[in-house]
Write a protein that binds this ligand. Structure first.
Ligand SMILES: *Cc1c(COP(=O)(O)O)cnc(C)c1O
Length: 461
């Protein structure tokens, strides 16, 4: 047996292992709810894996399958209702494998045309959900953080192009206390400042924005280049009053960004679509298909009203890249519209899943998340020991267990996680007496059942 032949047999065995694992995993709707172990514990169990000779695929794969994956939380577990869960469709997961196997460079049309075509088909549908004018378009990013950063960099660049007096001026953006932490983090990357408007109910409205702008010093008003509203806050599922915010942004000539990383999927849900009215007036929008559009990690999206402004900020120049520009002029170059150059075609799994199932299936699955939140809210409302903190919003439910302290919520979370029952984490909410620790459900997975909700609520008795 020659060496090449041997390698081929190993490869076939490896492929069978991988396919078997993948099929088992995606057909198991309640995978074991793993929990972290200390690094030393994992090392104790596994030992050193990187050696000069290699430990072999079979051994490495076995370590992953039998030990390491059990120290992870399957985000699609139907009783994983913490943070923002996810539930990638089986079609999308399988096509994620195909995307890898096809080895496509997703930066330029010259190399990635057929794959970028797929991404753009999915993007066309996403853009259509927003109601933005027809020249608007977008590109898939590694997530909401990269999408927000790409949008804000484009906004600042446009602001500086508009008035050369702004070049070299430290920029300032306005957002609300409902904004995701990535807004502040990304402002740090950009070396820009953030003024956070403290809104009751973490809900920004046009008049509060107007007041905040009027209260800025003359110097700060000159530094102001953008407003970031949230289309579904991560904590509570609240959608800012986008229409009245758009009004103020237009009057003040400010870039209007809507961060709908979590909530964006609900644009496809007729029962709540009206809550997003005004989003069609945005200059840019962030939507994470890896949150509520059933894509595997990692897949975010940034959409721009004016693609040229995005290209002015992001298009990279380099002598060895010019060939791509010449040839690529015939097509769409994703690298020109966000911060990343070499990129995976991460929109392809979404495309395949959408193409296979059709958009109606997406609508039904997203509506189910909203319905599960309504069902949970009703159950909480009638339970003696429980209390809704506010009405369910999108797929988020905030509620309290009467008489529980922050430690009680924490212990309860760990107890349920350790026993493999559920992962539900506490959050904080600002009431009349300041911040209070409470509990929170976020539904994404359409396979979560009413019984799952009952089982979890039962543990709070
Ligand atoms: C999750 C989230 C983000 C960050 O997105 P990543 O994909 O985790 O980078 C930003 N904004 C909002 C509103 C989010 O819910």
């Amino acid at each position: 047996m020659n060496k090449m032949h041997k390698i081929d047999i190993d490869l076939v065995e490896m492929t069978l292992d991988v396919m078997k694992y993948t099929i088992d995993r995606i057909s198991n709707v309640t995978p074991e709810l793993g929990a972290p172990k200390k690094e030393e514990e994992l090392f104790e169990l596994i030992g050193e894996t990187i050696t000069p000779e290699g430990i072999g695929g079979e051994v490495a794969f076995k370590m992953f399958r039998d030990v390491l994956v059990k120290a992870t939380v399957p985000i699609d577990h139907p009783r994983h209702l913490a943070f923002v869960p996810a539930a990638p469709s089986r079609a999308a997961i399988l096509f994620d494998l195909v995307t890898s196997a096809s080895s496509i460079h997703g930066a330029y049309w010259m190399e990635g045309a057929g794959g970028i075509f797929c991404e753009n088909q999915a993007m066309k549908w996403l853009v259509s959900l927003t109601g933005l004018p027809k020249e608007s378009f977008g590109v898939f990013t590694s997530g909401g953080t990269a999408a927000n950063l790409s949008a804000m960099v484009a906004a600042r660049e446009a602001w500086r192009k508009k008035d050369s007096g702004n070049i070299g001026v430290r920029a300032l953006l306005l957002t609300s206390n409902g904004a995701h932490s990535s807004i502040q983090a990304m402002a740090k990357v950009m070396d820009a400042d953030v003024v956070m408007i403290d809104c009751p109910d973490e809900n920004l409205r046009g008049h509060a924005l107007r007041t905040a702008i009027d209260e800025l010093s003359e110097k700060d008003r000159k530094r102001l280049f953008a407003v970031v509203a949230t289309g579904g806050t991560t904590n509570a599922g609240i959608i800012d009053e986008l229409d009245s915010i758009a009004e103020v942004c237009e009057e003040e000539e400010l870039w209007f960004h809507v961060d709908a990383a979590y909530g964006g999927g609900a644009l496809a849900a007729p029962s709540v679509r009206h809550l997003f009215n005004g989003i069609e007036r945005a200059d840019s929008i962030t939507i994470d298909p890896h949150k509520w559009l059933f894509s595997p990690y990692d897949c975010g999206a940034v959409i721009y009203k004016n693609m040229e402004l995005a290209a002015e900020a992001h298009s990279q120049k380099g002598s060895y890249l010019e060939i791509f520009k010449d040839e690529g002029a015939q097509g769409f170059n994703p690298a020109d519209y966000q911060i990343q150059l070499t990129r995976r075609l991460r929109g392809m799994p979404l495309w395949f899943s959408l193409a296979m199932h059709g958009t109606e299936k997406y609508t039904t699955s997203i509506e189910r998340g909203i319905e599960l939140a309504q069902i949970a809210a009703k159950k909480i409302d009638v339970a003696e020991e429980l209390e809704l903190v506010r009405p369910a919003s999108l797929s988020v439910v905030l509620f309290r267990r009467k008489g529980w302290s922050a430690e009680d919520y924490r212990d309860w979370t760990y107890r349920n996680h350790k026993s493999g029952l559920a992962l539900v984490t506490p959050t904080k909410w600002k009431g009349k007496q300041g911040y209070e620790t409470i509990s929170r459900f976020c539904f994404i997975n359409p396979e979560t059942t009413e019984e799952d909700i009952d089982v979890i609520l039962e543990t709070m008795k």
